[in-house]
Design a protein around this ligand. Sequence first.
Ligand code: WT7
Length: 649
Amino acid sequence: MSKQVFNPNPEFAKNANIGSMDEYNALMDKAKENYEGFWGDYAKEKLDWIKPFTNVLDESNAPFVKWFDGGKLNVSTQCIDRHLNTRKNKAAIIFEGDRGDIQTITYLDLYKKVNRFANLLKEDFGVKKGDRVVIYMPMIPEVAYAMLACARIGAIHSIVFGGFSSEALKDRIEDAQAKVVITADGAFRKEKPYMLKPVVDTAIGKGSPVKKVLVVERNNEDVTWVAGRDYSYNELIKNKSSECEAEVMDAEDPLFLLYTSGSTGKPKGVQHNSAGYILWAQMTMEWVFDVKENDTYWCTADVGWITGHTYIVYGPLAMGATTVMFEGVITYPDAGRPWAMVENHRINQFYTAPTAIRVLHKMGEDAPRKYDLSSLKVLGTVGEPIDPPAWKWYYEEVGNSQCAIVDTYWQTETGGHIVSPLPGATPIKPACATLPLPGIIAEILDPVTGELAEVGETGYMCITKPWPAQIRAVWGDEQRYIKSYFGDVKKDGKAVYFTGDGARYDEDGYITITGRTDDVINVSGHRMGTAEVEAAIKKHPNVAEVAVVGRPHELKGEGIFAYVVLKSDQGVADEVQEFTIINQIIKKEIGNIATCDDIVFISGLPKTRSGKIMRRILRAIAKGEAITQDISTLEDPSVVATIEKMVNS
Ligand code: WT7
């Protein structure tokens, strides 16, 4: 099972921030010998403190932990003000619009924009420290200003991905009790305007905690304005001062919430706090992408996901880098778009998802050859395991066999990368996340014994020591935090953080992630809880029962496969029509990303005598695999054969 190994490019390694495995091992040893010393030193070196911290790590109330207690800082200062001495005229953000319009925002511009935005939120909307602000926006520079303005005044932002429906937006607004929503009229996609504001209008009904809505006018399409509630950013921002003193924040004051799917129907508000998060965002930018002073870095994610938070906005700006932000669709006008952008902006680090690589490969296998991609040094992937054919094309055609590929494994809850190659140090094996980053004690454990998993055996991917960027809370639900992350695995009798992923070691101790072990599907690198999709489908008045599973999908990684039992006497008159109706309901309840690729209508689900749905059987049937497990414990074993027949017909 030994794989081909790609050693770091020696020229690159010479100037890399971590340039050899000896350096990596020395850092890891230091972290293991003196964990608090390791982190305390970096926190002093990397962060601009208003008041120094007195304690590195407080585990007295574990699994609730505190990092850098007593310290005071402001994340927007870390991302902007401290660069003004040396990088005032350096591009902080290069924005490329859908239609090719380009804006360059320097660090000085960013300072002024963010301060004006912060003053607007304070003066016109009465936003105060600790208030929650929901951001529902397209990929335009104003979304970064909004995030940093919240950070500047100590408000907690909660970004909701622009692809989520009004129902999903409403749930997130209510859970966080947000009093302000920042949105845009809409934006552009494939040269056509699309709208966001109407979705916000529907989400804010009677009794909504939202009192004010700020609308960035991007596409200048007509929108409805509710007097006393809705205000134009473009108007209000005009007379705002470009000076706004940053709020003095505790190291552990919340920075943002980001909702993510879990194994119940209700998404959880993952809470990240100030100092630990921003420290790790910055350090991983420096280590994993190895961004140098004159480099230009591009991550194609959307700010609605954690990747956009940490690796478009917070990480790059904290380290003083130039970050590219793209409004459009990477395959429009053709699959050469990203490569044209790499050529035009001379991009040095490019970070995307396997699903995007597969689409670009399929639609434009030779497209990279038509552009000058010689500026590229590091290529990154995130979101799901990358398959070897996609890896090979990325490495050879995009990277011209010259670039390191960093397969970064992490999740919303980890704040930043936890397992990843270092481009100047780690010998890379294709489609393998390789080794834990220095300071991260990530281990694959046997879920029963809590011992390290044997080589080649699939175990549970755990993090056995708290780390600075770890999730601090599930908003408003202490028990759910404990239960979701610290309930499954114990090491030496102590509950440890479990990611929800399976993984295995190879003979070199390298980590390969094998995928989720829970009822979460990974659709195009985004987590979708089966329970959430099922709850949406159950809104259909004719649906009696439903079970949703993942099924391998050529482009998306996994697609959503639903087994639906309709109410008895009505039967299925028209399967195509029902398919459309169910997907319309999902679009309304969650959004486009959660729609089903397959729906089969069956007469009954395989259940145990205690009524538990046997999802493993349903997963196997969806994949076309033979059923090897014992089905005699089922209430009615004959349903299995019936379902197989329906699926295969
Ligand atoms: C889940 C986290 C991390 C930002 C994007 C998604 C899967 C993520 C990898 C990778 C294999 C990966 C895991 C993880 N995942 N990166 N490099 N190799 N699997 O964030 O929505 O919080 O999802 O994505 O299953 O738990 P998320």
